[in-house]
Ligand binder design. Structure first.
Ligand SMILES: [Zn+2]
Length: 261
């Protein structure tokens, strides 16, 4: 088996530690800037292409002052990926910046935690999406996948493809999914929004945005435990320093992608 994993950056912004780490003042440390990247991930097994998340259309509407770097459709073109050929999209959770482009992939099986689906569909049915980080438009491709029998709902650790395991851990969202990928160069844990930044992994610091703080703390411990048990390397979801720790992809792909494995 030889799975390759690339991180693809589509947007960015600069944030303050004080704003993104929950109750940061308690640590008595100085504030400072962090480069926050917006990514999705491409896993290839020969011709087979699996994505973790999809990015969203920043030029159409930036939610928090995100700056567009390479929109997903352009990034896929640079990577010579036809969206129709993507066979699976693993959704880490249903926030706008993770599933905004899910509709681009009409043939993909969509892998989500059941709790995530139930939470957002429930809110939507109750007219409760106002002020939330997901919209009716964001959820529409999930409904379509479900109607077409392409939605795969996850209740517990599952190997969704040979060498790719997902774990529902909650915290940031009720159905936050962790993805662990076995590669020839060792395992990777894509935390996505279960840990946005390296500090959160190192110190098990919660992020400011959560639906369940205790679940988020337990999730951070679980990530470290899973890494210790499996020897996998942890890759946080939004940390700009990832691009300094890993090489750029070869050729034109290097404009958008970093090689994680
Ligand atoms: Zn995010």
């Amino acid at each position: 088996m030889s799975l390759s994993v690339w991180s693809v950056k589509y947007g960015e912004r600069v944030v303050r530690k004080n704003d993104v780490f929950h109750d940061y003042a308690q640590y008595g440390l100085p504030d400072g800037d962090l480069d926050m990247d917006y990514n999705f991930w491409v896993v290839r097994d020969g011709e087979r292409i699996i994505l973790v998340d999809t990015g969203y259309d920043i030029p159409k509407k930036d939610w928090l002052g995100e700056i567009s770097v390479t929109p997903t459709p352009d990034a896929l073109e640079i990577l010579e990926i036809d969206p129709a050929d993507v066979s699976m999209v693993i959704t880490s959770h249903y926030h706008y910046d993770h599933i905004g482009y899910l509709g681009l992939f009409p043939n993909a099986r969509v892998v989500s935690a059941r709790r995530e689906r139930d939470y957002w569909f429930g809110k939507e049915a109750a007219g409760g999406l106002e002020g939330e980080f997901s919209t009716v438009d964001d959820l529409a491709p999930v409904h379509r996948a479900e109607e077409e029998g392409r939605l795969v709902l996850i209740d517990a650790e599952t190997e969704v493809y040979p060498g790719i395991h997902v774990y529902p851990i909650g915290g940031h969202c009720p159905g936050e999914l962790l993805t662990r990928i076995d590669t020839d160069n060792g395992g990777l844990i894509l935390t996505v929004d279960a840990a946005h930044f390296y500090e959160q992994i190192e110190h098990e610091w919660p992020f400011f945005a959560f639906t369940d703080l205790e679940e988020m703390k337990a999730g951070l411990s679980f990530i470290n435990r899973l890494a210790a048990e499996t020897g996998a390397t942890i890759v946080p979801g939004h940390d700009g320093r990832t691009r300094q720790r890993y090489p750029a992809a070869p050729g034109a792909a290097g404009r958008v992608a970093t090689v994680l494995a």
